[in-house]
Write a protein that binds this ligand. Structure first.
Ligand code: ZN
Length: 554
């Protein structure tokens, strides 16, 4: 049946073209020219192929509907994140519940774009369903198609020079990109979340004790020891920690193995020391050890989940909330988003449990790490994402203020963790150990962490072990050893052996010399660290940070 040109058809074709046009405009600024050309080319060829298959406009637009829906969402996500959905988005989707994703859309301020997308998809379907059956390939269309194919052939020769840019081009095509994402990135992410990035060798671990116990490991972030009032800072940044003195065992000389998360976190969870650390040496992690020994395991992360999957963390239960606002400095959700999951874990009675918690802590942008109620010091009104590089005057002071507020918030967070556990009457412990410290420009003349050299405040850590009365009564020898070793140099990789021992786990590769919960603990004397990704030897004259810069407070 031949009809007059239909405005519905023009509207539908306009809608179909819109994601391609938007991605083209976006890619001109961000992508290589071959990728942009590949996007144009692949979009044209796929349109012609689908037209050849469907033959009528009505079938053509109806066939396109699922692709269109995926393409619109894919384009919106690309614009929101500034990058096409890839491994990070696949991990997020594979680990988050649908209602959590809906919540993340609401919180990220993208509710209206989401509503607009739903309306657009609805009108597309409505118009498509009412379209009369009309053949696509009239004579002018056939001629135009042949011309387009001839041009495409020429373009293929031009783009073929760089395979990587061609793949990038297919990824920025809103109609082929989602297919690549769903068929490659998502299955890979699912495997990654099952621990597939590490070839695991069983530890052959056993538990010496019996009965129900709960052990919590909180991995901190960018925690500067001299900014904690529990370690002598004049500002009251850790009122709760101060109140735990005499109850929790505060480590006096905890020193990070590395000054970057991606190095120190794996060492803490696998026990590999800086000089032996290599991803090919990974065989499993603390959670594998715990599970082999009969523990139920949970991992709660408010951090880039790739830190966990990189070392094969595959817990029985994962809590990883969707965050569509995060940036290169980290997630924008506050650490408290993990507390409901933590409470759920505590009510999971009947089995010995290990709960790992990876917090965002005090990572730069400090002022984004806590709710308004924790803005106790300063106003943070002069700060932006670049302030850490070029702060002066008011911004310099607010850098310290907002850092201190983030510590105050972590102090409150740790209070929630410990006080919820205190009411439980079974043996329970909390170990808090940060990945590394932080330099603050006004005090240290350096900013942040990850310098390729030893800067004391980026390595010296606040850390503690808390045990409830039931644990102390059940394991007095472990508690006594922890106390005795608290003033010795304790390194990141010692945490693996120590938490294992605190949980009563033994295995053939066990080493009491590396556990500061043991009488036989021997501090690591190698002075080897990884600074900015490079193995270094700590200068023998490296003075404790408290002597190299004044612990100021205003
Ligand atoms: Zn870190």
């Amino acid at each position: 049946m031949q009809c007059k040109p239909s405005y519905s058809l023009y509207a539908l074709l306009g809608m179909l073209a819109a994601p391609v046009v938007v991605m083209l405009a976006w890619s001109f600024q961000t992508q290589a020219w071959r990728s942009v050309l590949t996007l144009t080319l692949s979009a044209t060829v796929s349109l012609i192929l689908i037209a050849g298959l469907t033959r009528t406009w009505r079938r053509f637009v109806l066939f396109h509907f699922p692709l269109f829906a995926l393409g619109v969402i894919y384009t919106a996500l690309t614009l929101q994140m500034g990058v096409v959905p890839g491994r990070a988005m696949a991990l997020l989707l594979s680990s988050s519940a649908p209602e959590d994703m809906i919540g993340a859309v609401r919180v990220s301020g993208t509710t209206w774009p989401a509503v607009a997308i739903i309306l657009m998809l609805g009108s597309y379907l409505y118009l498509a369903s009412r379209l009369p059956t009309r053949r696509i390939f009239s004579r002018p269309v056939v001629l135009a198609t042949r011309a387009a194919l001839a041009l495409c052939l020429l373009a293929v020769i031009v783009v073929a020079g760089d395979a990587a840019e061609v793949i990038d081009g297919l990824a920025i095509n809103p109609y082929t990109g989602p297919l690549i994402f769903l068929s490659a990135d998502v299955p890979r992410a699912r495997a990654e979340l099952r621990g597939a990035l590490v070839a695991k060798i069983p530890y052959r671990a056993h538990r010496t004790g019996i009965g129900e116990e709960v052990h919590v490991l909180v991995v901190g972030e960018s925690a500067r020891r001299d900014s904690w009032s529990a370690y002598g800072y004049a500002r009251p940044t850790t009122p709760y920690m101060n109140s735990l003195k005499g109850e929790a065992i505060f480590l006096q000389d905890a020193i990070a193995d590395a000054n970057l998360t991606e190095w120190s976190f794996p060492m803490m969870l696998t026990g590999l020391a800086p000089q032996e650390f290599d991803v090919t040496h990974l065989r499993g992690n603390l959670l594998d050890l715990a599970r082999e020994a009969g523990y139920s395991t949970a991992w709660l992360a408010n951090q880039d989940i790739r830190m966990a999957t990189m070392i094969g963390i595959a817990p029985d239960r994962l809590e990883y909330r969707a965050d569509l606002r995060g940036n290169i400095n980290g997630r924008h959700l506050w650490d408290q988003v993990m507390l409901p999951a933590y409470q759920r874990e505590l009510t999971r009675t009947g089995t010995a449990r290990f709960i790992g918690i990876h917090i965002m802590g005090s990572h730069w942008e400090y002022y984004l790490r806590y709710p308004a109620g924790f803005q106790r010091f300063g106003t943070a009104s002069h700060l932006n994402v670049l302030s850490i590089f070029a702060a002066n005057g008011d911004a310099n002071r607010e850098l310290v203020d907002s850092y201190d507020n983030s510590i105050l918030y972590t102090d409150w967070f740790l209070q929630q963790i410990i006080e919820s556990l205190r009411v439980i009457k079974i043996p329970a412990t909390v170990t808090y150990f940060p990945d590394h410290g932080e330099d603050l420009e006004p005090f240290d003349g350096e900013a942040g962490h990850g310098q390729p050299r030893y800067t004391p405040h980026a390595f010296e850590l606040p850390a503690f072990v808390w045990a409830n009365d039931a644990y102390r009564a059940a394991h007095p020898e472990i508690y006594a050893a922890l106390k005795r070793n608290a003033s010795k140099e304790i390194r990141t990789h010692n945490v693996f052996y120590t938490v294992a021992q605190v949980m009563g786990i033994t295995w053939p590769g066990d080493s009491m010399e590396k556990s500061f919960a043991s009488e036989r603990f021997v501090p690591d004397a190698t002075r080897q660290h990884i600074a900015g990704g490079v193995l270094i030897t700590r200068p023998s004259d490296a003075k404790p940070a408290s002597q190299t810069s004044s612990v100021a407070a205003r």
